[in-house]
Design a protein around this ligand. Structure first.
Ligand code: SF4
Length: 375
């Protein structure tokens, strides 16, 4: 907790003297076992720090230089997590695809974690587009337990902006990587991060980002206004000179574009049957549950959000659902019917859905029969 608070303090630039815990720039904290609440997903930090020094980012200064954890410790942690009943692991690092420990790379590590008995889904975040090795792509594409979803932060479609951001790839190189990924697996789900209004971004430069988003058709995107962070290279060297109204207008336009694309992506899966991993109570109502959609016949379901009218039950459990309707651009849907499903050895996505039409008693019956089936 002290470490978590200290990290938060550093990230937020808050001067909490009572939380003065210095994080080492060299330690990987491999033997610090994190607190975990019961649930479906457990996070494992596989590396600390970052060497990339993107000009807008404070991480290299707060978390120190990049260092990878011992893979044996990570796999042991994954086994412990599986014994505790977690079904999904998300491997976490600032730049996971530069993970290195002796002769282990990230492709080998994620495969070893995905092979841990009891772990049904493995995700990871975030890779950097500058060095996405083929071995990692092949692991994602071919391993049944690794989610067919890649978060690939773009930040900008303008080469000049990418240069100022120190992202070390170009618009063209990013597009080539997307093509390579989709050639290996056409139905892979891609999401991204984009910054609007970075220092000196012109209308024409923003238009390049807009065009790339339009043409790439991500399944979802996290779109931000540029906000200067103290002590970063950008804060020291560049002027945060795009006005607030212009940043807002660009974010809004891009968000509207992405919302439409996500909606179309989600509609591709109407009437299809999908496995859902029920995770727990929905945020809006404890009388409902929330689950994540996965793969069916090797098809993805994008970022569809589903809240199942399941009531309180022992989570996690798997159900099979027919998607009835997609009601919103990035994150909504309804479920028409539910049938218990065996735990499938299929890959899953981070999609969550919304269920509003199914009567509680049907869901309850299904869940009870599933529980009986499991006994
Ligand atoms: S944005 Fe990501 S890759 Fe760039 S410096 Fe920050 S943590 Fe590293």
């Amino acid at each position: 907790m002290l470490i978590r608070n200290a990290m938060r303090s550093q990230e937020e630039g808050v001067d909490h003297k009572e939380l003065a815990v210095d994080l080492s720039e060299y330690e990987t904290y491999h033997d610090v076992i994190p607190d975990r609440n019961d649930g479906v997903n457990a996070w494992i930090a596989v590396m600390r720090g970052c060497d990339n020094f993107c000009s807008f980012c404070v991480v290299p200064y707060t978390r120190g230089r990049e260092r990878s954890r011992d893979p044996e410790g990570i796999v042991q942690e994954a086994r412990r997590i599986a014994e505790q009943g977690f079904k999904q692991i998300t491997l976490l690092g600032q730049n996971v695809n530069s993970y290195r420990f002796d002769d282990w790379d990230f492709a080998r590590l994620i495969t070893a974690v995905a092979d841990v008995p009891g772990i049904e889904r493995v995700r990871f975040t975030s890779p950097h587009p500058k060095d996405f090795p083929l071995s990692l792509l092949e692991a994602v594409v071919s391993h049944p337990n690794i989610c067919k979803q890649i978060h690939l932060p773009l930040q900008s479609g303008s080469d000049r902006m990418l240069g100022l951001m120190n992202r070390t790839y170009t618009n063209k190189e990013y597009r080539v990587l997307v093509d390579r990924i989709r050639t290996l697996r056409s139905d892979i789900v891609l999401s991204t991060d984009i910054i609007c209004g970075f220092c000196g971004e012109s209308d024409a430069e923003f238009a390049e980002t807009y065009r790339l988003v339009e043409e790439t058709r991500f399944h979802s995107a996290f779109i931000f206004k540029y906000s200067e962070r103290k002590n970063t290279i950008a804060a020291r060297k560049f002027s945060d000179d795009v006005s607030e109204p212009v940043k807002t207008e660009r974010v809004t336009r891009l968000f509207d574009l992405q919302r439409g694309i996500s909606y179309e992506r989600n509609r591709e899966y109407l009437k299809t049957t999908v496995p859902v991993l029920v995770e727990g109570d929905a945020k809006r109502s404890a009388a409902q549950g929330m689950g994540k959609i996965g793969w069916q016949h090797h098809r993805h379901l994008g970022q569809v959000r589903s809240t199942l009218s399941t009531g309180r039950h022992g989570f996690p459990c798997h159900l099979r659902c027919v998607l009835h309707d997609v009601v919103c651009g990035t994150s909504a849907g309804e479920i028409e019917s539910l049938v218990p499903a065996p735990l499938p050895q299929e890959s899953f996505l981070s999609s969550t859905l919304q269920k509003r039409t199914l009567p509680n008693k049907i869901c309850l019956g299904i869940l009870q029969s599933l529980a009986a089936h499991k006994k």
